[in-house]
Design a protein around this ligand. Structure first.
Ligand code: CDP
Ligand code: CDP
Length: 203
């Protein structure tokens, strides 16, 4: 039987960390849907048209090198504005969500558009400053040279584009549980998310 957990929220809120922990705990499959948009963004940076890239996307594209770079993140958020690009990626995400044994999908529009009937919806958020600090630390660890101010500007620019676009804007589904991780450790955030999913499993 399928059991879908939808986890949405802005950049570096902790979606991926929480999704992986929930998937591990319950033995669910996990799809980071940001990778789909990043893979399309990367192909566009390499010169391909966005819609061709979205329609031609294959699973191996999600494992390409360099998908985590800030340039690719910005390219992803630009292609993500295009309703046709988004439409081309729907079937893959819904098929993943319906696989037996349970699935966790994280992104921006999982609870609102991709899986409106998900068993659990979490909206994971944190202040822009906290999120930028987290991303900055990650990038320093990965050898990227951006300053904190640049990372904060990148986070704000993507928030603005993701929230204001007409097609599937970033916003909590009406029935989502909001989890503000600004003042939570990873363990605390994961525990809070597991409690919500555990309750829904029992219901
Ligand atoms: O990891 P981070 O939260 O920084 O970004 P991501 O989840 O990899 O997403 C990169 C970009 O893809 C976002 O800024 C969104 O514009 C777009 N995206 C989207 O529009 N819808 C999704 N379901 C997932 C990502
Ligand atoms: O997937 P998303 O972009 O929403 O965020 P993430 O990749 O899960 O988390 C971004 C960074 O914040 C990672 O380096 C996490 O280890 C860190 N993090 C944190 O410091 N505190 C939390 N409560 C959650 C995540």
């Amino acid at each position: 039987m399928s059991f879908t957990v939808a986890i949405d929220g802005p950049a570096a809120a902790g979606k991926g960390t929480i999704s992986r922990a929930v998937a591990d705990h319950f033995g669910f499959a996990h799809l980071d849907t940001g990778l789909l948009y990043r893979a399309v963004g990367k192909r566009v940076l390499d010169g391909e048209a966005a819609l061709d890239a979205a329609r031609g996307l294959v699973a191996e594209d999600l494992e390409a090198e360099g998908l985590r770079s800030p340039e690719v993140a910005q390219a992803a958020s630009r292609v993500a504005v295009d309703a046709d690009v988004r439409e081309a990626l729907v079937d893959f995400q819904r098929a993943f969500a319906m696989r037996s044994g349970g699935a966790v999908l994280d992104g921006r529009d999982i609870g609102t558009v991709i899986c409106p009937d998900a068993a659990v919806k979490l909206f994971v958020t944190a202040s822009p400053e906290v999120r930028a600090e987290r991303r900055y630390r990650e990038q320093v660890g990965n050898g990227h040279a951006a300053s904190y101010a640049e990372v904060l500007a990148d986070v704000r620019a993507r928030d603005e584009r993701d929230e204001s676009r007409a097609a599937a804007p970033l916003k909590p589904a009406p029935d989502a549980v909001t989890l503000d991780t600004s003042h939570l450790s990873i363990d605390e955030a994961v525990a809070a998310a597991l409690a919500v999913v555990t309750k829904a499993r029992g219901a």
